[in-house]
Design a protein around this ligand. Structure first.
Ligand code: HEC
Ligand code: HEC
Ligand code: HEC
Ligand code: HEC
Length: 463
């Protein structure tokens, strides 16, 4: 963190010399949200290796290093109710990112506000009689912009006021108070409400929360079809990508992405002249920003190039330490089941099924745990669950030292526990359908290209 601060100071010095940009013309903004507990990518599949809080922070830091005044919008809905540890670190990470406005969305209403962290929260339709959300404000002023928020969902309707004539008056009052400001609405709710908000023509910009179902996992679809992020088929009403896999860019940030931290450092080291620092106004397209179609440049997809220089490196290290502690706890509690394990491990199959064994030992399945070790994630219970034998079953993998014979994806992942069979080959595990088991691991986001026939060919065996 310290080194990053140093970098930031270094860059700020340069920013003083930058010629004034065109910020006044439009609103220069970044927006993310709907992280929904996806704190980091798994790296299982290059196609879906996108997003994570560390990369979001890295992108925002880069853009702020170029222009500290950009408006950073957080659409909320960043936690997941089943992911307490992740939510804790997400909250901390979001506090460090310091969005200029965060919408109180579904997951914020689901969680204790103590988890939200110290962030400027905005929501304009919260019922004032409700005291559980002391951090919220009806609007936030950032430079020449007033940011308002609206959220509606049936589950929390007792806390919220729906978009109607009366509420419209409330928004209108704020708008009249700031005649010279740009107006932004952070929106999360159904179509009819969005239509009303649009019809008012009060807002220079409406950014929407992602409308995909609560249980949907982030994938690659939005990257491959960015037009799916439009609402009401209006290019200027955009949804943030699901799962924090990308960040929306608006205003001048639509035209040009910030260079990498390495590049910024390089240019500040190489030359004492501020001109060496690339200006965002270079190559600026004069097309009206609102009429810009959604194109690839309007979203920064957070691939591995954003791993570099994130201000959240230390925080993620702490997160890893805590998941390791959880792992050790689970391991301790599982140790007692090892003695009577129904599993035996692949080595025991070798003598009677030599061909199957050979094929398996040459496959990636036989190295699946080593990959986690290399990635430093061999003690993250979530990752381990798909990269070893029987992590969620009695007598399955405990740890590399206590049960090395159960590391990696093994015969018994697909053929069921086989200790009894190894002693008496006529014994079969019940409900034995190896073909059907693949997709318990090979699904999006972990394996987006999975097709049984194609994959089976690579590991085909018998006898
Ligand atoms: C739902 C099961 C599942 C979970 C959970 C999971 N993985 Fe994977 N992982 C897979 C599958 C399946 C593949 C193979 C993907 C393919 O080739 O189509 C894979 C592949 C990988 C690879 C790439 C292997 C290669 O050959 O390049 C890495 C690295 C990896 N996983 C790391 C992780 C990490 C780190 C985590 C935890 C954050 C994790 N995995 C969680 C199922 C899972
Ligand atoms: C002592 C020799 C022996 C060992 C050890 C052994 N098997 Fe077998 N296995 C056989 C024989 C013999 C058959 C054929 C039995 C039959 O069809 O009734 C068989 C059949 C199978 C079959 C196909 C029929 C079925 O049960 O679904 C699978 C799958 C299988 N074994 C998996 C394994 C795995 C996995 C291991 C290691 C954990 C293993 N075997 C260990 C001898 C062995
Ligand atoms: C990734 C899952 C997977 C792994 C790992 C795996 N198998 Fe298989 N195995 C299958 C599938 C799927 C079939 C084909 C079943 C079918 O065609 O109905 C099969 C077929 C077999 C058969 C022939 C079954 C029969 O009815 O004739 C044997 C024997 C067998 N495997 C043994 C093993 C052994 C031993 C290992 C480990 C050394 C192993 N397999 C690892 C999925 C797997
Ligand atoms: C317990 C989780 C799990 C199950 C079940 C599973 N896999 Fe995998 N599979 C993985 C992981 C993890 C990897 C990545 C390992 C690596 O690349 O080293 C992987 C990688 C693969 C690969 C690429 C590795 C290579 O050698 O090229 C193929 C092919 C594959 N799996 C096929 C299958 C098929 C077919 C099935 C079902 C019959 C299946 N898998 C079931 C977890 C699983």
């Amino acid at each position: 963190m310290c080194s990053f601060r140093f970098l930031f100071v270094l860059l700020s010095i340069h920013i003083l010399f930058l010629k004034p940009c065109l910020a006044e013309k439009g609103i220069d903004w970044l927006a993310f949200g709907d992280i929904r507990g996806n704190i980091e990518t798994c790296g299982c599949d290059p196609r879906t290796d996108l997003g994570g809080i560390e990369r979001i922070a890295s992108l925002i830091a880069r853009e702020r290093a170029k222009d500290p005044h950009i408006l950073v919008l957080d659409l909320g809905n960043n936690f997941h109710k089943n992911e307490a540890i992740k939510s804790k670190y997400l909250a901390h990470g979001l506090s460090l990112i310091r969005a200029d406005a965060s919408l109180v969305n579904y997951s914020e209403l689901q969680t204790d506000h103590k988890l939200w962290g110290k962030r400027p929260f905005v929501i304009g339709n919260l019922d004032k009689s409700h005291v559980a959300f002391p951090l919220t404000q009806p609007y936030i002023i950032h430079k020449n912009t007033v940011v308002m928020g609206y959220h509606w969902d049936e589950e929390h309707k007792k806390y919220l006021k729906r978009w109607d004539h009366q509420l419209q008056q409330t928004y209108h009052k704020i708008i009249q108070e700031y005649p010279d400001h740009k107006k932004v609405l952070l929106f999360s709710g159904p179509m009819p409400d969005l239509r009303k908000a649009t019809k008012s023509s009060w807002f220079d910009l409406i950014v929407s929360s992602n409308t995909k179902h609560e249980d949907e996992k982030p994938g690659f679809e939005e990257k491959e079809n960015p037009d799916s992020l439009m609402r009401l088929d209006q290019p200027f009403i955009r949804m943030v990508p699901l799962g924090g896999v990308g960040v929306l860019r608006g205003g001048k940030l639509m035209q040009q992405e910030a260079p990498s931290v390495a590049k910024l450092l390089e240019s500040s080291n190489n030359s004492s002249s501020p001109q060496a620092f690339p200006s965002l106004t270079d190559n600026l397209n004069t097309q009206k920003i609102d009429s810009f179609p959604i194109s690839s440049i309007a979203v920064s997809w957070l691939d591995y190039t954003f791993d570099e220089g994130s201000p959240l490196k230390d925080l993620m290290r702490e997160y890893n330490t805590e998941t390791k502690e959880v792992f050790e706890k689970i391991a301790k509690s599982r140790l007692k089941d090892l003695k009577n394990s129904p599993f035996i491990g692949a080595a025991a199959c070798k003598s009677c099924h030599p061909d199957a064994f050979k094929k398996w030992s040459e496959s990636g399945h036989a190295k699946a745990y080593d990959i986690l070790t290399k990635a430093g994630k061999d003690k993250d219970p979530e990752c381990v669950s798909c990269h070893v034998l029987g992590f969620s079953e009695k007598g399955g993998f405990i740890s590399k030292t206590k049960s090395p014979q159960f590391a990696h994806v093994q015969c018994e992942n697909c053929h069921g526990p086989r200790k009894s069979h190894s002693l008496n080959p006529s014994v079969k595990p019940p409900q034995h359908e190896p073909k059907k088991i693949c997709t318990s691991c090979h699904h999006v986001p972990h394996s987006s290209n999975f097709v049984y026939e194609k994959y089976w060919k690579k590991i085909e065996h018998g006898k």
